[in-house]
Design a protein around this ligand. Structure first.
Ligand code: GLU
Ligand code: ZN
Length: 476
């Protein structure tokens, strides 16, 4: 399979604004964006809000914001305009009507008066007979009088596309390779709903063709829609895009990624403090393999992306892997970037100098900004609260250990290495038996940031009183 994409490539992301952007859709958006950037083409954002009952403007706005946050930009879209405006399907009804008229003129449409209940029964009977369900063409050849009679009963018809008989529909899917369908297996499908709104197959196909889209990467739940859409575009004499149908995103247990796996929307990960570049690094590895399996900056994501490395196997989303890329991404932040990232979590009363020293001291123990909170008391609290673990460690160490530490402190000072060395000589402890009780007493934690940089921040008075408190606890 050759793909031969070049700077003429036009991709698009076409979300339906019915809720927050699912991680699987965020990946679709990212891949279409990366494909356009890789070859120097254009990326379009189109909002598919024809389902008036479920689409909401606030979802559209949130969607645009989350995509921008992820690092995406588009040459054409509802907020930036473009040659094919408008980019919200709810504003394109005149265009759909115009193209539907062209279909009518070719005799390729007819009104269908079947009720939902009738369609359901037909569907069930076909399934019971072991046949793939499709519309059987009940209204295909209604006589004029039969139509008039139904109209007189006040029935609101849908409009169906008259699928041509005996046609082979083939296309070369970027992910799945050669695909073959027979039109006889495809029932006449709805192009306009009874309420007058355009049906998905119709508006999606028309818009891709009119907007000059050349590559559509989308979920493989759309694979069987593609022959329908190709037939429509062909009927219009419009040029068709290439399609690539990507496997859906699963949770670690192999079922579709859903709420019970934890966070599933891009927005949730954003709220939790994940960095956009961490999500880029995770998403580009789901259903797509990278040549260079290292942390990628945004330019490297573009050069690493290759439509021919999209896989057929469903990808499993693993939050542990995302957290790995998050740690790498945090480590790449400069001191200033790190500080401004965690700043909203720092108490307003800290001085700039305190913020700088504190954030430098804890950054290796911070995965998301909120993590700084647990280290704030370590530096700034007057009195520590001990967890049961910390209590046990302190009590096991015994009073004498802390008495020695208190004696050494004024003489040795806040140089951690020197303090540890003197304490080791005086108590004959080393390794965890030395460091663990010291850490527990001074920080109130059994793990955490390196002690060295922390000591000067905590200050000698607080360290002394914490050692005194530990010694009191140990003698109980
Ligand atoms: N609005 C459709 C969806 O969200 C778009 C499908 C496509 O990309 O063609 O499923
Ligand atoms: Zn019908």
């Amino acid at each position: 399979m050759t793909h031969a994409f070049d700077a003429s490539i036009v991709t698009r992301f076409a979300p339906s604004p019915t809720g927050q952007l699912h991680l699987g859709n965020a990946r679709t958006a990212l891949f279409n964006f990366l494909a356009a950037r890789k070859y120097g083409g254009r990326f379009i954002l189109r909002v598919e809000d024809t389902d008036i009952a479920r689409s909401e403007e606030r979802h559209t706005q949130a969607l645009l914001q989350d995509l921008r946050w992820l690092g995406l930009s588009w040459e054409e879209g509802p907020d930036v305009g473009g040659a094919s405006a408008p980019y919200k399907q709810s504003e394109r009804n005149d265009i759909y009507n115009e193209w539907l008229t062209k279909l009518d003129a070719q005799g390729l449409t007819y009104p269908c008066y079947c009720s939902q209940a009738e369609l359901n029964i037909s569907r069930k009977m076909q399934i019971a007979a072991g046949q793939p369900p499709r519309y059987l063409g009940t209204c295909r050849n209604l006589a004029h009088a039969q139509r008039a009679e139904r109209e007189a009963r006040g029935l609101q018809p849908t409009i169906r596309f008259r699928v041509p008989a005996g046609k082979h529909i083939q296309f070369d899917d970027v992910v799945h390779g050669e695909q073959k369908f027979l039109s006889d297996d495809i029932g006449d499908f709805i192009v306009r709903r009874a309420d007058g709104s355009s049906a998905f197959f119709f508006s999606n196909a028309i818009d891709d063709a009119l907007m000059g889209v050349t590559l559509v990467l989308r979920g493989d739940d759309h694979l069987t829609n593609t022959p329908r859409q190709l037939m429509l575009m062909e009927a219009f004499g419009l040029s068709t895009p290439r399609y690539g149908h990507m496997a859906m995103m699963l949770g670690m247990d192999g079922s579709p990624l859903s709420k019970r796996h934890g966070s599933t929307s891009l927005h949730e990960f954003r709220e939790r403090g994940f960095l956009p570049i961490a999500l880029n690094n995770q998403l580009i590895r789901l259903g797509h393999s990278v040549m260079n399996d290292v942390w990628l900056d945004s330019a490297a994501c573009i050069s690493e992306f290759d439509p021919s490395r999209l896989g057929r196997a469903p990808a499993r989303f693993d939050e542990i892997q995302l957290r790995h890329w998050q740690k790498e991404s945090v480590a790449k932040l400069s001191a200033e970037e790190f500080l401004s990232w965690v700043q909203p979590e720092l108490p307003a009363e800290l001085t700039v100098a305190q913020c700088v020293t504190f954030s430098a001291g804890v950054r290796n123990n911070v995965e998301v900004p909120a993590d700084v909170r647990q280290w704030l008391p370590v530096v700034f609290a007057d009195q520590l609260e001990y967890s049961n673990d910390v209590r046990t460690v302190i009590q096991d160490a015994g009073k004498a250990f802390f008495t020695v530490a208190i004696e050494l402190l004024p003489r040795v000072g806040l140089e951690f290495k020197a303090l540890a060395k003197e304490l080791s000589i005086a108590t004959t402890r080393k390794g965890p038996a030395l460091f663990m009780p010291l850490r527990a007493a001074i920080t109130g934690h059994t793990h955490g940031p390196e002690l060295g940089p922390l000591l000067p921040m905590i200050g000698i008075d607080k360290i002394r009183s914490r050692l005194v408190a530990a010694s009191a606890l140990a003698s109980n």
